[in-house]
Write a protein that binds this ligand. Structure first.
Ligand code: 2HA
Ligand code: ZN
Length: 275
């Protein structure tokens, strides 16, 4: 089993869970992570799969472009804090059926554990991001990023009004998420409705904010996805600190400065979000 944990896809998954825990974004069982495996990842992990896969379970959502894929996923009710101590009990590998509407566990999630309660959201977002990135996207990550959540109480819950202060609060931001962030209103977690609302946003954005709940990000690999969440949360933290001083904002990054960053770094900023 130790060798399974050294397969890069597994090692990176376990490390990212621990990174998120250490950031303070995963109180109790908060947050979830899924990774769409490559054929090489599956081949490297297959020797460790259970002799008998567990039964198929319908998801309530369907994506034809994910038929036959394998995902590493955190477990429902499991704590990110514990993943590094006992991966097999807290995460697992699931296979998707030919219809793209059911999963079955092929490794891990021991003692009757199930994939994350947000698996339908992750699944729909994998489908949308796979399509939007010509197959490059592999990671979907949901965390309870403290300062992003705090801002959902004081900023208008629309994409433009949420993106602008984030772009203005850290100079890297327009380079890291030039299309901006999508914002979903408060919704009941775990169901098909939040899955559909989020995947609608993820057609345009790499990241979506869930009001009074957290952050949902995507990326081609663990570093990029975690880095995106980290960048958005850092910027939110700065803005929260600025607001917390209670002093008027005397200067910020101007729209022309944002355009200049985009020009020099060769990214296309979402012009609809600029004045
Ligand atoms: O896994 O964060 O959104 C617990 C959650 C649900
Ligand atoms: Zn959550």
């Amino acid at each position: 089993m130790n060798e399974l944990y050294q397969v890069p896809a597994m090692a990176g998954f376990i490390r990212m869970c621990d990174d998120g825990w250490q950031q303070g974004w995963h109180e109790r069982n908060g947050g979830n992570l899924t990774y769409r495996m490559t054929e090489e990842d599956v081949a490297a992990c297959r020797p460790y799969f259970d002799a008998q896969p567990r039964p198929w379970v319908k998801m309530g959502v369907q994506a034809k472009n994910l038929a036959g894929e394998y995902f590493i996923t955190t477990g429902s009710g499991k704590y990110f804090r514990n993943v590094i101590l006992d991966p097999a009990a807290n995460i697992g590998i699931v296979e998707i059926n030919d219809e793209g509407d059911s999963w079955r566990i092929v490794w891990g999630l021991e003692n009757g554990a199930k994939p994350t309660s947000e698996f339908p959201s992750h699944f729909m977002n994998h489908s949308v991001r796979k399509e939007a990135t010509n197959g490059a996207n592999r990671v979907i990550y949901h965390c309870h990023a403290t300062n992003v959540i705090a801002l959902t109480y004081v900023l208008p819950l629309n994409d433009r009004d949420f993106t602008r202060p984030l772009w203005q609060s850290a100079t890297e931001c327009p380079v890291v998420f030039p299309e901006g962030v999508g914002v979903c209103p408060w919704m009941v977690p775990g169901g098909a409705a939040i899955a559909m609302a989020t995947s609608e946003k993820m057609k345009t954005y790499q990241a979506a904010v869930w009001a009074q709940h957290g952050l949902f990000v995507s990326g081609p690999d663990y570093d990029t996805a975690f880095g995106l969440a980290h960048t958005i949360e850092k910027s939110a933290e700065i803005y929260v600190k600025v607001l917390s001083t209670g002093r008027p904002i005397l200067q910020t990054i101007t729209d022309d400065a944002l355009r200049a960053i985009a020009h020099d770094f060769g990214v296309q900023l979402n012009e609809a979000f600029l004045d």
